[in-house]
Design a protein around this ligand. Structure first.
Ligand SMILES: *Cc1c(COP(=O)(O)O)cnc(C)c1O
Length: 395
């Protein structure tokens, strides 16, 4: 009986709208890219996708996906351990292990699942998880599914991390977990310092490098490469849904025994379908393209730097960082949402982020640069920010 809850839901939904927290979805009428088509036939420049390397509509990626589908079919209609493992899945796992410099890799339908299934099989109530305050929702949920004690340290604060490690000293195992690149602030975790503390306090380290894999570090291997900590991180989770092609799929990569245990016990692996062959084939090709088209890695970084410098010159408040994520801070929820709408009118597609994605009073427009953007594209975005910023009295 759909009775009282209907009225309550309606009320909550209209409250969201009033507070500027209601999320509208805009409909794209073609493939993802630096420039995209909207339903009404107009074209806009896209500055809010995670398509860092511009691979989401790359001819080679599509070809690789088609080839894999022709060879291995559309889907497996099975989980991996029953009858869902093909050569292409093993090939992708090996490819990722080589790329990340790890011993083994296990695939998931998404990184959300990788994080959902990584803690519970490894840790029990006698153990401790020590988590950065700003970690991604999927880590938080994964930790909730596990009986280990939870400790939270202040964002990227090594003094706070050390305090929490001391509090967790009595526990059997300690696991520190952090995002590699923090998606909302765009800063890079201090993975080398985290590993030092892990050595000192006998803890394991897990990094979710969803926003780092593919373009952070000299060869795009991610945060552990950037921080010179290759081989020191015990567990890396990541996605193929961002820089590495942009479709779906994720993985957990790391120490051999850990991955072996996940294959036995990780619930999103045991009870969810195999990654489609078309995605596996495309993800393999994406990793190859990182070395074949190295200039993509350089371009996205240069684009990030350029936008960051210019937007600051205009007087906008941005969170400092070195990535292609540039958070333009507006603080007020409604201002962020309104400004994003105004920018769309200027042909710049960005999103205002508000609670609960970011804390209350910390609303922002998160600008994401891509290798798919030309210098002219970025200049157009900067002049639109200037115009709208002035009209709205933000700068
Ligand atoms: C995007 C993201 C995820 C989710 O990845 P999916 O593969 O889309 O499920 C997980 N963790 C972090 C840090 C992310 O940014």
């Amino acid at each position: 009986m759909f009775g009282k809850i209907k009225e309550d839901l309606r009320k909550t939904l209209s409250d969201l709208t009033e507070k500027g927290l209601y999320k509208e979805e805009r409909i794209i009428a073609g493939p993802q890219g630096g420039e995209i088509s909207l339903k009404d036939g107009s074209k806009v420049l896209n500055f809010c996708s995670n398509n860092y390397l511009g691979l989401a509509n790359h001819r080679e990626i599509i070809k690789a996906s088609e080839k894999a589908m022709k060879e291995y079919g559309y889907g497996l209609s099975s989980v991996r351990f029953i009858c869902g493992t093909q050569e292409i899945h093993k090939k992708l796992e090996n490819k990722i292990s080589d790329f990340l410099g790890t011993e083994d890799t296990i695939l998931y339908a998404a990184c959300f699942d990788a994080n959902g299934g990584v803690f519970e099989p490894l840790l029990g109530e006698e153990d401790a998880i020590i988590s950065d305050r700003l970690n991604h929702a999927s880590i938080i949920d994964g930790v909730r599914l596990c009986k280990a004690r939870r400790f939270v340290y202040d964002h990227s604060n090594m003094v706070s991390l050390e305090e929490q490690l001391q509090k967790a000293a009595e526990n059997r195992y300690r696991l520190i977990c952090t995002d590699g690149v923090f998606s909302m602030d765009g800063d890079i975790a201090l993975v080398d310092k985290i590993c030092d503390l892990a050595d000192k306090y006998d803890a394991l380290v897990m990094v979710d490098d969803s926003h780092g894999s593919g373009y952070i570090g000299e060869t795009g291997r991610g945060t552990h490469e950037y921080r010179d900590a290759m081989g020191r991180v015990d567990i890396i989770t990541t996605t193929f849904g961002k820089a590495l092609g942009g479709a779906n799929g994720g993985c957990t990569s790391g120490r051999k025994e850990i991955i072996e245990m996940l294959r036995q016990r990780s619930r999103p692996y045991l009870f969810s379908n195999t990654l489609a062959p078309g995605i596996a084939g495309a993800a393999i090709r994406a990793i190859e393209l990182l070395s074949e088209e190295k200039e993509r890695i350089t371009r996205v970084k240069d684009n990030g730097k350029y936008f960051r410098t210019e937007i600051k010159k205009l007087g906008f408040d941005v969170i400092e960082g070195e990535t292609a994520i540039v958070p333009v801070m507006l603080y007020d929820e409604k201002t962020a949402v309104k400004m994003a709408a105004e920018l769309l009118n200027e042909g710049i597609y960005v999103i205002g982020f508000a609670y609960p994605v970011v804390p209350m009073g910390k609303a922002r427009i998160r600008v994401q640069l891509s290798a798919a953007h030309s210098k002219e594209n970025i200049e157009k975005a900067i002049s639109a920010f200037k115009k709208v910023g002035k009209t709205m009295g933000v700068i």
